[in-house]
Design a protein around this ligand. Structure first.
Ligand SMILES: Cc1ncc(COP(=O)(O)O)c(C=O)c1O
Length: 397
């Protein structure tokens, strides 16, 4: 049968991740490419205890259909967390639980994007979210991001041009690891609050700041125009697929109805397990441990970069999250480094697919997943690939 796919399906962006998954899954391949958390940090005993407890204690209700907005006690917990830790007011009615925060992005696209609408995204920006929004056919335009955050006048111009949405990651951004300064947060919130543009504040890495949270939430400064999204993927486990969003009151009813139309409800069983687990865990101590482990891994990784790569490339030292943003000399093509690494047994993530424009000389590296041994072996490969692609080496400089 030859049937063409819908315009909507045909418009979905390539993620590059499929290609990488295929090439990067060869036996023995080391990976600095993914966004996976370190699986040695999963609390197997604790989660198994909560799973057993929940199914045996309240399985008759928990295994049944539940509410579209998700498991109420976890929504209550998250509303309290918004008030106490994130600085904005929320009740359980403002909190919607989803199957991963990826489903939040899909819901936002469904709620606010008409085909051809202008949508502002960070340049570079998180590919998974752009892929999700692309199903709704927006015209993406980029707002450049650097070490202190976004180019605020660039955002202002797009908001004036009528951008329907702006998707942002103010803390330890994927892919760059950059965080917004306090001033950029304030200016961004002020531009958005006087406009018809809805801002999505994605906090996927917000809890993983090495010295605590990187700054105030923009949601606390412009609550009516901002959807705040969170995820347990990098904290508890990505397979549990627990994402959440805090939405303004005016949006909540339509958001829940729209979500019901696409998925009826999220996976409340995992949500109940997470709630039981969190109720028995010293969350502050738990998160401090994650931060400590990831800071330690980042330091080992960047020390190795210093040993192996300093003659060829530059990079940032992140203050949280999972990523390091590497740049080869201006004018070089990082795709060559990527291809050479793949041939030699290392997967890295080229930076260009994260961009609306530019970024040919960039590569994203994940320091959170590899072991120290893998870091060392991978770094040797990366050095050799950088050496081969370095124009100065060829010209004898
Ligand atoms: C910035 C960012 N947002 C959202 C997600 C998706 O998370 P989830 O597993 O909650 O769908 C990721 C996953 O890597 C991410 O990097």
């Amino acid at each position: 049968m030859t049937r063409s796919f819908s315009v909507q399906a045909g418009g979905i962006l390539d993620s590059f991740i499929m290609q990488l998954a295929e090439e990067g899954s060869k036996p023995g391949m080391i990976s600095f490419a993914t966004g996976l958390p370190d699986s040695s940090l999963f609390d197997l005993e604790g989660l198994a205890g909560s799973a057993r407890e929940i199914v045996l204690r309240s399985g008759k209700e928990i295994l049944q259909y539940g509410s579209t907005a998700g498991y109420y006690p976890l929504r209550e917990r998250l509303a309290g967390y918004c008030r106490r830790k994130l600085g904005f007011d929320a009740s359980p009615e403002n909190i919607i639980l989803t199957n991963g925060s990826q489903e939040c992005f899909d819901l936002v696209g469904r709620l606010f994007l008409n085909r051809g609408d202008l949508m502002a995204v960070e340049n570079p920006g998180y590919l998974g979210a752009k892929q999700c929004f692309s199903a709704y056919g927006p015209r993406f335009k980029g707002v450049d991001i650097g070490p202190g955050g976004i180019d605020v006048p660039g955002l202002e111009a797009l908001v004036k041009e009528g951008a329907a949405l702006f998707y942002s990651i103010p803390n330890h951004q994927n892919p760059s690891g950059y965080s917004y300064s306090d001033q950029v947060r304030r200016e961004t919130a002020s531009i958005i609050s006087g406009s018809d543009c809805v801002l999505v504040e994605d906090d996927a890495y917000g809890e993983l700041g090495f010295s605590g949270r990187a700054g105030r939430t923009m949601k606390s400064m412009a609550p009516d125009n901002i959807i705040f999204t969170g995820s347990f993927s990098k904290i508890l486990s990505p397979a549990m697929r627990i994402g959440w969003m805090a939405v303004p009151g005016w949006m909540a009813g339509q958001a829940v109805k729209t979500l019901e139309a696409s998925s009826l409800q999220p996976g409340t069983l995992c949500q109940a397990i997470a709630e039981d687990y969190l109720s028995k865990t010293d969350y502050g101590a738990y998160v401090r441990r994650l931060r400590k482990v990831y800071r330690g891994k980042m330091e080992i990784f960047t020390d190795l970069m210093e040993d192996y790569l300093k003659d060829y490339v530059t990079w940032n030292i992140p203050d949280g999250g999972m990523f390091i943003w590497m740049k080869s000399p201006e004018g070089t093509d990082a795709m060559r480094i990527y291809r050479s690494c793949i041939e030699k047994g290392l997967a890295v993530m080229p930076g260009e697919p994260f961009h609306i424009s530019g970024g040919k000389n960039t590569i994203r590296l994940n320091f959170a997943t590899p072991s120290e041994e893998q870091m060392r072996a991978g770094m040797k490969i990366l050095r050799s690939a950088c050496q081969e692609s370095d124009p100065r080496a060829k010209s004898g400089l």
